[in-house]
Ligand binder design. Structure first.
Ligand code: NAP
Ligand code: HSE
Length: 432
Protein backbone atom coordinates (compact mmCIF):
# COMPACT_ATOMS: atom_id res chain seq x y z
CA UNK A 1 0.00 0.00 0.00
CA UNK A 2 1.34 3.46 -0.84
CA UNK A 3 1.75 6.29 1.67
CA UNK A 4 -1.47 8.12 2.50
CA UNK A 5 -2.11 11.65 1.26
CA UNK A 6 -1.23 14.18 3.98
CA UNK A 7 -3.93 16.45 5.40
CA UNK A 8 -2.48 19.67 6.82
CA UNK A 9 -3.97 20.80 10.14
CA UNK A 10 -3.37 24.13 11.90
CA UNK A 11 -4.22 24.41 15.59
CA UNK A 12 -5.06 27.80 17.07
CA UNK A 13 -4.78 27.63 20.87
CA UNK A 14 -2.86 25.23 23.10
CA UNK A 15 -4.62 25.71 26.45
CA UNK A 16 -6.93 23.23 28.17
CA UNK A 17 -8.78 22.18 25.00
CA UNK A 18 -5.92 22.79 22.55
CA UNK A 19 -3.65 20.65 24.73
CA UNK A 20 -6.20 17.81 24.73
CA UNK A 21 -6.65 18.13 20.97
CA UNK A 22 -2.89 18.16 20.26
CA UNK A 23 -2.38 15.05 22.40
CA UNK A 24 -5.23 13.20 20.72
CA UNK A 25 -3.94 14.17 17.25
CA UNK A 26 -0.51 12.79 18.16
CA UNK A 27 -1.63 9.69 20.09
CA UNK A 28 -4.38 8.64 17.72
CA UNK A 29 -2.69 9.34 14.41
CA UNK A 30 -3.20 5.77 13.12
CA UNK A 31 -6.87 5.70 14.05
CA UNK A 32 -7.37 9.10 12.43
CA UNK A 33 -5.61 8.05 9.24
CA UNK A 34 -7.78 4.93 9.02
CA UNK A 35 -11.02 6.81 9.68
CA UNK A 36 -10.25 9.71 7.36
CA UNK A 37 -8.34 7.96 4.61
CA UNK A 38 -5.60 10.63 4.74
CA UNK A 39 -2.83 11.17 7.27
CA UNK A 40 -3.51 14.31 9.36
CA UNK A 41 -0.36 16.34 9.91
CA UNK A 42 -0.20 19.01 12.61
CA UNK A 43 1.79 21.74 10.85
CA UNK A 44 1.54 24.78 13.17
CA UNK A 45 0.16 25.69 16.58
CA UNK A 46 -0.80 29.28 17.35
CA UNK A 47 -0.24 30.47 20.93
CA UNK A 48 -0.07 33.85 22.62
CA UNK A 49 3.20 33.22 24.41
CA UNK A 50 5.76 30.92 22.78
CA UNK A 51 8.00 31.00 25.87
CA UNK A 52 5.33 29.56 28.21
CA UNK A 53 6.15 26.20 29.83
CA UNK A 54 3.92 23.49 28.37
CA UNK A 55 3.15 19.96 29.48
CA UNK A 56 1.77 18.86 26.10
CA UNK A 57 4.37 16.96 24.06
CA UNK A 58 4.15 19.24 21.01
CA UNK A 59 7.36 19.96 19.07
CA UNK A 60 8.22 23.55 20.09
CA UNK A 61 9.26 24.24 16.47
CA UNK A 62 5.55 24.08 15.59
CA UNK A 63 4.64 26.91 17.95
CA UNK A 64 4.02 30.34 16.51
CA UNK A 65 2.54 33.60 17.72
CA UNK A 66 1.80 34.72 14.13
CA UNK A 67 -1.67 33.65 12.85
CA UNK A 68 -0.50 34.22 9.28
CA UNK A 69 1.72 31.14 9.59
CA UNK A 70 -1.51 29.12 9.69
CA UNK A 71 -3.83 31.26 7.61
CA UNK A 72 -1.23 31.74 4.87
CA UNK A 73 -0.04 28.12 4.72
CA UNK A 74 -1.52 26.60 1.56
CA UNK A 75 -0.84 23.09 2.91
CA UNK A 76 -3.17 23.63 5.87
CA UNK A 77 -6.68 22.53 4.91
CA UNK A 78 -8.28 22.35 8.36
CA UNK A 79 -7.97 25.07 11.00
CA UNK A 80 -8.95 24.10 14.54
CA UNK A 81 -9.79 27.21 16.59
CA UNK A 82 -9.63 26.72 20.36
CA UNK A 83 -8.40 30.15 21.44
CA UNK A 84 -11.79 31.20 22.82
CA UNK A 85 -13.40 34.62 23.22
CA UNK A 86 -14.91 36.72 20.45
CA UNK A 87 -11.81 38.49 19.25
CA UNK A 88 -9.40 37.79 17.60
CA UNK A 89 -10.90 34.29 17.19
CA UNK A 90 -13.76 35.56 14.98
CA UNK A 91 -11.37 37.25 12.55
CA UNK A 92 -9.13 34.17 12.36
CA UNK A 93 -12.11 31.89 11.62
CA UNK A 94 -13.48 34.31 9.04
CA UNK A 95 -10.08 34.58 7.35
CA UNK A 96 -9.61 30.81 7.35
CA UNK A 97 -12.98 30.32 5.60
CA UNK A 98 -12.36 33.13 3.12
CA UNK A 99 -9.05 31.50 2.19
CA UNK A 100 -10.81 28.20 1.49
CA UNK A 101 -9.89 26.36 4.70
CA UNK A 102 -12.29 24.18 6.66
CA UNK A 103 -12.80 25.17 10.29
CA UNK A 104 -13.48 23.19 13.45
CA UNK A 105 -14.14 25.26 16.55
CA UNK A 106 -15.18 24.89 20.20
CA UNK A 107 -15.94 28.60 20.45
CA UNK A 108 -19.59 28.99 21.56
CA UNK A 109 -19.36 32.79 21.80
CA UNK A 110 -18.29 33.18 18.18
CA UNK A 111 -20.75 30.58 16.88
CA UNK A 112 -23.67 31.94 18.93
CA UNK A 113 -23.06 35.53 17.85
CA UNK A 114 -21.78 35.06 14.30
CA UNK A 115 -22.75 31.51 13.28
CA UNK A 116 -25.16 32.54 10.51
CA UNK A 117 -22.57 34.79 8.84
CA UNK A 118 -19.79 32.19 9.14
CA UNK A 119 -21.96 29.38 7.76
CA UNK A 120 -22.86 31.60 4.79
CA UNK A 121 -19.19 32.35 4.12
CA UNK A 122 -18.35 28.66 4.39
CA UNK A 123 -21.10 27.75 1.89
CA UNK A 124 -19.93 30.42 -0.55
CA UNK A 125 -16.36 29.16 -0.33
CA UNK A 126 -17.33 25.46 -0.56
CA UNK A 127 -15.85 24.61 2.83
CA UNK A 128 -17.33 23.65 6.20
CA UNK A 129 -17.38 24.93 9.75
CA UNK A 130 -18.21 22.37 12.46
CA UNK A 131 -18.67 23.17 16.15
CA UNK A 132 -19.82 20.09 18.06
CA UNK A 133 -17.51 20.91 20.99
CA UNK A 134 -19.11 24.32 21.46
CA UNK A 135 -22.10 22.80 23.31
CA UNK A 136 -21.94 20.13 26.01
CA UNK A 137 -18.20 19.37 25.83
CA UNK A 138 -17.90 15.70 24.89
CA UNK A 139 -21.63 15.01 24.47
CA UNK A 140 -22.70 14.51 20.85
CA UNK A 141 -25.61 16.94 20.46
CA UNK A 142 -25.39 18.88 17.23
CA UNK A 143 -24.74 15.89 14.96
CA UNK A 144 -27.78 13.98 16.32
CA UNK A 145 -29.89 17.12 15.83
CA UNK A 146 -28.52 17.63 12.32
CA UNK A 147 -28.98 14.00 11.34
CA UNK A 148 -30.84 11.53 13.54
CA UNK A 149 -33.65 13.82 14.73
CA UNK A 150 -34.48 15.58 11.46
CA UNK A 151 -37.90 13.95 11.23
CA UNK A 152 -38.97 15.66 14.44
CA UNK A 153 -40.35 18.99 15.41
CA UNK A 154 -38.32 19.71 18.53
CA UNK A 155 -40.53 21.48 21.05
CA UNK A 156 -38.52 21.80 24.25
CA UNK A 157 -34.95 21.83 25.50
CA UNK A 158 -34.11 21.61 29.22
CA UNK A 159 -30.36 21.66 29.68
CA UNK A 160 -27.58 21.76 32.19
CA UNK A 161 -24.90 23.01 29.84
CA UNK A 162 -22.36 24.77 31.98
CA UNK A 163 -19.97 22.42 33.76
CA UNK A 164 -18.42 25.12 35.96
CA UNK A 165 -21.69 26.28 37.51
CA UNK A 166 -23.00 22.74 37.87
CA UNK A 167 -19.77 21.79 39.62
CA UNK A 168 -20.08 24.82 41.94
CA UNK A 169 -23.77 24.18 42.71
CA UNK A 170 -23.13 20.49 43.41
CA UNK A 171 -20.34 21.26 45.88
CA UNK A 172 -22.28 24.08 47.54
CA UNK A 173 -25.41 21.95 47.87
CA UNK A 174 -23.80 18.64 48.83
CA UNK A 175 -20.87 19.74 51.00
CA UNK A 176 -21.75 23.28 51.96
CA UNK A 177 -18.57 24.42 50.17
CA UNK A 178 -18.28 28.17 49.70
CA UNK A 179 -18.88 29.66 46.27
CA UNK A 180 -15.32 31.02 46.02
CA UNK A 181 -13.61 27.75 46.92
CA UNK A 182 -15.82 25.76 44.51
CA UNK A 183 -15.07 28.23 41.68
CA UNK A 184 -11.34 27.99 42.31
CA UNK A 185 -11.50 24.20 42.10
CA UNK A 186 -13.47 24.37 38.83
CA UNK A 187 -10.79 26.68 37.44
CA UNK A 188 -7.99 24.35 38.54
CA UNK A 189 -9.76 21.47 36.78
CA UNK A 190 -9.81 23.47 33.53
CA UNK A 191 -13.61 23.78 33.34
CA UNK A 192 -14.00 27.55 33.62
CA UNK A 193 -13.76 30.07 30.81
CA UNK A 194 -10.74 32.39 30.66
CA UNK A 195 -13.23 34.98 31.97
CA UNK A 196 -15.15 32.94 34.61
CA UNK A 197 -17.84 35.63 34.89
CA UNK A 198 -19.13 34.19 31.60
CA UNK A 199 -19.84 30.93 33.43
CA UNK A 200 -21.10 32.44 36.69
CA UNK A 201 -23.42 34.98 35.10
CA UNK A 202 -24.94 32.41 32.75
CA UNK A 203 -23.56 33.90 29.52
CA UNK A 204 -21.69 30.73 28.54
CA UNK A 205 -24.90 28.70 28.96
CA UNK A 206 -26.81 31.34 26.97
CA UNK A 207 -24.34 31.08 24.06
CA UNK A 208 -24.77 27.31 24.08
CA UNK A 209 -28.55 27.57 24.30
CA UNK A 210 -28.54 29.97 21.34
CA UNK A 211 -26.63 27.37 19.29
CA UNK A 212 -28.83 24.45 20.41
CA UNK A 213 -32.12 26.28 19.86
CA UNK A 214 -30.98 27.56 16.45
CA UNK A 215 -30.18 24.02 15.30
CA UNK A 216 -33.12 22.31 17.04
CA UNK A 217 -35.85 24.79 16.03
CA UNK A 218 -34.50 25.58 12.53
CA UNK A 219 -34.54 29.29 13.24
CA UNK A 220 -32.03 31.86 14.44
CA UNK A 221 -31.89 32.42 18.19
CA UNK A 222 -29.27 34.99 19.20
CA UNK A 223 -27.70 35.42 22.64
CA UNK A 224 -29.54 38.76 23.01
CA UNK A 225 -32.84 36.90 22.64
CA UNK A 226 -32.12 34.89 25.77
CA UNK A 227 -33.04 36.05 29.26
CA UNK A 228 -29.95 35.36 31.35
CA UNK A 229 -29.38 35.29 35.09
CA UNK A 230 -26.43 33.60 36.79
CA UNK A 231 -25.82 31.91 40.12
CA UNK A 232 -24.05 34.67 42.04
CA UNK A 233 -27.13 35.57 44.15
CA UNK A 234 -27.59 32.06 45.51
CA UNK A 235 -26.86 31.69 49.22
CA UNK A 236 -26.29 28.72 51.45
CA UNK A 237 -29.75 29.35 52.97
CA UNK A 238 -31.42 28.88 49.55
CA UNK A 239 -29.89 25.40 49.32
CA UNK A 240 -31.21 24.62 52.83
CA UNK A 241 -34.76 25.66 51.91
CA UNK A 242 -34.52 23.79 48.59
CA UNK A 243 -33.61 20.59 50.46
CA UNK A 244 -36.37 21.14 53.02
CA UNK A 245 -38.94 21.57 50.24
CA UNK A 246 -37.69 18.56 48.21
CA UNK A 247 -35.81 20.39 45.45
CA UNK A 248 -32.29 20.82 44.02
CA UNK A 249 -31.07 24.12 42.60
CA UNK A 250 -29.64 23.94 39.09
CA UNK A 251 -28.68 26.51 36.47
CA UNK A 252 -30.99 25.50 33.65
CA UNK A 253 -31.02 26.58 30.03
CA UNK A 254 -34.58 26.28 28.76
CA UNK A 255 -35.96 26.79 25.27
CA UNK A 256 -39.44 26.08 23.98
CA UNK A 257 -41.12 26.69 20.66
CA UNK A 258 -44.80 26.81 19.88
CA UNK A 259 -46.96 28.47 17.26
CA UNK A 260 -44.09 30.39 15.64
CA UNK A 261 -42.75 31.74 18.94
CA UNK A 262 -39.65 30.86 20.97
CA UNK A 263 -39.04 31.19 24.69
CA UNK A 264 -35.37 30.99 25.73
CA UNK A 265 -33.94 31.58 29.20
CA UNK A 266 -31.03 30.72 31.48
CA UNK A 267 -31.41 31.07 35.25
CA UNK A 268 -31.24 29.14 38.52
CA UNK A 269 -34.20 26.85 39.00
CA UNK A 270 -35.71 24.78 41.82
CA UNK A 271 -36.33 21.33 40.33
CA UNK A 272 -37.88 18.39 42.18
CA UNK A 273 -35.16 16.16 43.61
CA UNK A 274 -36.56 13.08 41.85
CA UNK A 275 -36.15 14.59 38.35
CA UNK A 276 -33.25 13.19 36.30
CA UNK A 277 -31.78 16.65 35.74
CA UNK A 278 -31.67 17.19 39.52
CA UNK A 279 -29.31 14.22 39.78
CA UNK A 280 -26.78 15.57 37.26
CA UNK A 281 -23.78 16.45 39.39
CA UNK A 282 -20.35 18.00 39.08
CA UNK A 283 -18.99 18.77 35.63
CA UNK A 284 -21.59 16.52 34.00
CA UNK A 285 -24.01 18.13 31.58
CA UNK A 286 -27.40 16.81 30.51
CA UNK A 287 -29.67 17.95 27.74
CA UNK A 288 -33.29 16.84 27.63
CA UNK A 289 -34.88 17.32 24.24
CA UNK A 290 -38.48 16.63 23.33
CA UNK A 291 -39.55 15.91 19.76
CA UNK A 292 -43.03 15.23 18.42
CA UNK A 293 -42.12 11.74 17.17
CA UNK A 294 -39.29 10.63 19.42
CA UNK A 295 -40.69 11.97 22.71
CA UNK A 296 -38.17 12.78 25.44
CA UNK A 297 -34.45 12.10 25.01
CA UNK A 298 -31.66 12.77 27.46
CA UNK A 299 -28.03 13.27 26.45
CA UNK A 300 -25.63 13.03 29.38
CA UNK A 301 -21.87 13.26 29.77
CA UNK A 302 -18.88 15.38 30.68
CA UNK A 303 -19.54 18.95 29.62
CA UNK A 304 -16.04 20.37 30.02
CA UNK A 305 -12.42 19.38 30.41
CA UNK A 306 -9.56 18.67 28.02
CA UNK A 307 -10.27 15.11 26.93
CA UNK A 308 -14.09 15.14 26.60
CA UNK A 309 -13.89 18.36 24.60
CA UNK A 310 -11.06 16.97 22.47
CA UNK A 311 -13.32 13.99 21.72
CA UNK A 312 -15.85 16.33 20.09
CA UNK A 313 -13.22 18.43 18.30
CA UNK A 314 -11.45 15.38 16.87
CA UNK A 315 -14.74 13.86 15.71
CA UNK A 316 -15.40 17.05 13.75
CA UNK A 317 -11.87 16.83 12.31
CA UNK A 318 -12.63 13.27 11.17
CA UNK A 319 -15.93 14.39 9.58
CA UNK A 320 -14.17 17.25 7.83
CA UNK A 321 -11.24 15.08 6.78
CA UNK A 322 -13.56 12.48 5.26
CA UNK A 323 -15.28 15.18 3.23
CA UNK A 324 -11.90 16.45 1.98
CA UNK A 325 -10.30 13.07 1.32
CA UNK A 326 -13.30 10.97 0.33
CA UNK A 327 -15.79 13.54 -0.88
CA UNK A 328 -18.33 12.44 1.76
CA UNK A 329 -20.47 15.48 2.53
CA UNK A 330 -21.96 16.27 5.91
CA UNK A 331 -25.18 18.25 5.57
CA UNK A 332 -25.54 20.87 8.27
CA UNK A 333 -28.47 23.00 7.17
CA UNK A 334 -30.92 21.79 4.61
CA UNK A 335 -34.10 23.63 5.61
CA UNK A 336 -33.99 27.43 5.37
CA UNK A 337 -34.33 29.02 8.82
CA UNK A 338 -37.91 29.89 9.84
CA UNK A 339 -38.76 33.28 11.27
CA UNK A 340 -40.01 33.01 14.84
CA UNK A 341 -40.93 35.66 17.40
CA UNK A 342 -39.09 35.69 20.72
CA UNK A 343 -41.42 35.64 23.73
CA UNK A 344 -40.22 38.07 26.44
CA UNK A 345 -39.52 36.77 29.96
CA UNK A 346 -42.33 39.00 31.30
CA UNK A 347 -44.83 36.61 29.68
CA UNK A 348 -43.42 33.54 31.42
CA UNK A 349 -45.83 31.66 33.66
CA UNK A 350 -44.27 29.47 36.30
CA UNK A 351 -44.09 28.94 40.08
CA UNK A 352 -41.77 30.96 42.30
CA UNK A 353 -39.76 30.66 45.51
CA UNK A 354 -39.48 33.97 47.32
CA UNK A 355 -37.26 34.48 50.35
CA UNK A 356 -37.34 37.72 52.31
CA UNK A 357 -36.54 39.23 55.65
CA UNK A 358 -39.46 41.09 57.26
CA UNK A 359 -40.22 42.93 60.48
CA UNK A 360 -41.46 40.52 63.14
CA UNK A 361 -44.72 42.35 63.82
CA UNK A 362 -48.46 41.58 63.60
CA UNK A 363 -50.05 42.22 60.20
CA UNK A 364 -46.88 42.06 58.12
CA UNK A 365 -47.73 38.76 56.43
CA UNK A 366 -51.18 40.14 55.64
CA UNK A 367 -49.63 43.13 53.84
CA UNK A 368 -47.45 40.85 51.73
CA UNK A 369 -50.33 38.48 50.99
CA UNK A 370 -52.43 41.46 49.85
CA UNK A 371 -49.77 42.66 47.40
CA UNK A 372 -49.60 39.17 45.90
CA UNK A 373 -53.36 38.69 45.95
CA UNK A 374 -53.98 42.03 44.23
CA UNK A 375 -52.01 40.68 41.26
CA UNK A 376 -53.74 37.30 41.28
CA UNK A 377 -50.67 35.51 42.63
CA UNK A 378 -51.75 32.58 44.72
CA UNK A 379 -49.61 31.41 47.64
CA UNK A 380 -48.97 27.65 47.78
CA UNK A 381 -47.05 27.55 51.09
CA UNK A 382 -45.27 29.79 53.58
CA UNK A 383 -42.37 28.94 55.88
CA UNK A 384 -41.44 31.23 58.73
CA UNK A 385 -38.52 30.31 60.94
CA UNK A 386 -37.82 31.59 64.43
CA UNK A 387 -37.52 35.37 64.58
CA UNK A 388 -34.24 37.08 65.41
CA UNK A 389 -34.85 39.00 68.68
CA UNK A 390 -31.84 41.26 68.21
CA UNK A 391 -33.00 42.64 64.85
CA UNK A 392 -36.71 41.97 65.44
CA UNK A 393 -36.91 40.45 61.99
CA UNK A 394 -38.03 37.11 60.64
CA UNK A 395 -37.18 35.21 57.49
CA UNK A 396 -40.06 33.95 55.41
CA UNK A 397 -40.19 31.80 52.32
CA UNK A 398 -43.22 31.88 50.05
CA UNK A 399 -43.87 29.29 47.36
CA UNK A 400 -46.43 30.41 44.80
CA UNK A 401 -48.75 28.62 42.44
CA UNK A 402 -48.13 29.36 38.74
CA UNK A 403 -48.01 33.12 38.22
CA UNK A 404 -47.08 35.59 35.51
CA UNK A 405 -43.47 36.87 35.67
CA UNK A 406 -44.57 40.46 35.07
CA UNK A 407 -46.99 40.32 38.03
CA UNK A 408 -44.36 38.75 40.27
CA UNK A 409 -41.77 41.41 39.42
CA UNK A 410 -44.31 44.21 40.01
CA UNK A 411 -45.24 42.67 43.37
CA UNK A 412 -41.58 42.50 44.34
CA UNK A 413 -41.15 46.23 43.63
CA UNK A 414 -44.20 46.96 45.78
CA UNK A 415 -42.87 44.80 48.62
CA UNK A 416 -39.49 46.48 48.49
CA UNK A 417 -41.34 49.74 49.07
CA UNK A 418 -42.88 48.47 52.32
CA UNK A 419 -41.08 49.64 55.46
CA UNK A 420 -41.71 46.22 57.07
CA UNK A 421 -39.78 44.40 54.33
CA UNK A 422 -36.14 44.56 55.38
CA UNK A 423 -34.73 42.71 52.37
CA UNK A 424 -35.89 40.59 49.45
CA UNK A 425 -33.29 37.81 49.69
CA UNK A 426 -33.96 35.86 46.52
CA UNK A 427 -36.55 35.02 43.89
CA UNK A 428 -36.05 31.69 42.16
CA UNK A 429 -38.27 30.14 39.50
CA UNK A 430 -39.58 26.64 40.13
CA UNK A 431 -39.92 24.03 37.35
CA UNK A 432 -41.76 20.74 37.35
P1 NAP B 1 -7.48 28.39 27.51
O1 NAP B 1 -7.06 27.27 28.39
O2 NAP B 1 -7.53 29.76 28.07
O3 NAP B 1 -6.52 28.37 26.23
C1 NAP B 1 -6.52 29.38 25.26
C2 NAP B 1 -5.35 29.16 24.30
O4 NAP B 1 -5.43 30.13 23.27
C3 NAP B 1 -3.96 29.32 24.95
O5 NAP B 1 -3.08 28.38 24.41
C4 NAP B 1 -3.55 30.74 24.56
O6 NAP B 1 -2.14 30.89 24.37
C5 NAP B 1 -4.21 30.88 23.21
N1 NAP B 1 -4.56 32.28 22.94
C6 NAP B 1 -5.39 33.07 23.65
N2 NAP B 1 -5.48 34.28 23.08
C7 NAP B 1 -4.70 34.26 21.99
C8 NAP B 1 -4.36 35.21 20.99
N3 NAP B 1 -4.86 36.44 21.00
N4 NAP B 1 -3.52 34.81 20.00
C9 NAP B 1 -3.01 33.57 19.98
N5 NAP B 1 -3.29 32.61 20.89
C10 NAP B 1 -4.12 32.97 21.89
O7 NAP B 1 -8.94 28.11 26.91
P2 NAP B 1 -9.70 26.70 26.80
O8 NAP B 1 -10.32 26.38 28.11
O9 NAP B 1 -8.81 25.70 26.14
O10 NAP B 1 -10.92 27.09 25.84
C11 NAP B 1 -10.72 27.27 24.46
C12 NAP B 1 -12.07 27.32 23.75
O11 NAP B 1 -12.76 26.10 23.95
C13 NAP B 1 -13.02 28.41 24.28
O12 NAP B 1 -13.80 28.87 23.21
C14 NAP B 1 -13.89 27.66 25.26
O13 NAP B 1 -15.14 28.27 25.46
C15 NAP B 1 -14.03 26.35 24.53
N6 NAP B 1 -14.36 25.21 25.38
C16 NAP B 1 -13.66 24.99 26.52
C17 NAP B 1 -13.93 23.86 27.29
C18 NAP B 1 -13.18 23.58 28.56
O14 NAP B 1 -13.51 22.61 29.25
N7 NAP B 1 -12.15 24.34 28.91
C19 NAP B 1 -14.92 22.97 26.87
C20 NAP B 1 -15.64 23.23 25.69
C21 NAP B 1 -15.35 24.35 24.94
P3 NAP B 1 -1.07 30.72 25.57
O15 NAP B 1 -1.11 29.25 25.91
O16 NAP B 1 0.21 31.16 25.01
O17 NAP B 1 -1.60 31.58 26.69
N1 HSE C 1 -16.68 26.87 30.80
C1 HSE C 1 -17.45 25.89 30.13
C2 HSE C 1 -18.24 25.10 31.15
C3 HSE C 1 -16.56 24.98 29.34
O1 HSE C 1 -17.92 25.19 32.34
O2 HSE C 1 -19.19 24.41 30.77
C4 HSE C 1 -17.30 24.01 28.48
O3 HSE C 1 -17.96 24.65 27.43
Amino acid sequence: MGAKRRLGVGLMGLGVVGGGVAEALLNKDRLLAEEIGCQPELRKVLVRDRAKRRTVPVDTALLTADPEEILGDAEIEIVIEVIGGERPALEYIRQALLRGKHVVTANKEVVAKHGAELLKTAREKGVSILYEASVGGGIPLLLPLHRSLLANEITTIYAIINGTTNYILTRMSGEGMSFDVALKKAQELGYAEAEPANDIEGRDAAYKLAILATVAFHTIVRPVDIYCQGISRLCEVDFRYARELGYEIKLLAIAKQRAGTVEARVHPVFIPREFLLAKVDGVYNAVQIEGDLVGKLIFYGRGAGAQPTASAVISDVIETGRAICGGEQRGTQSRPPQTMTIRPISELETRYYLRMSIADRPGVLAQIAKILGDRSISIASVIQKEADDATQSAEIVIMTHPARERSVQESLSDMEGLSVVREVGNLIRVEG
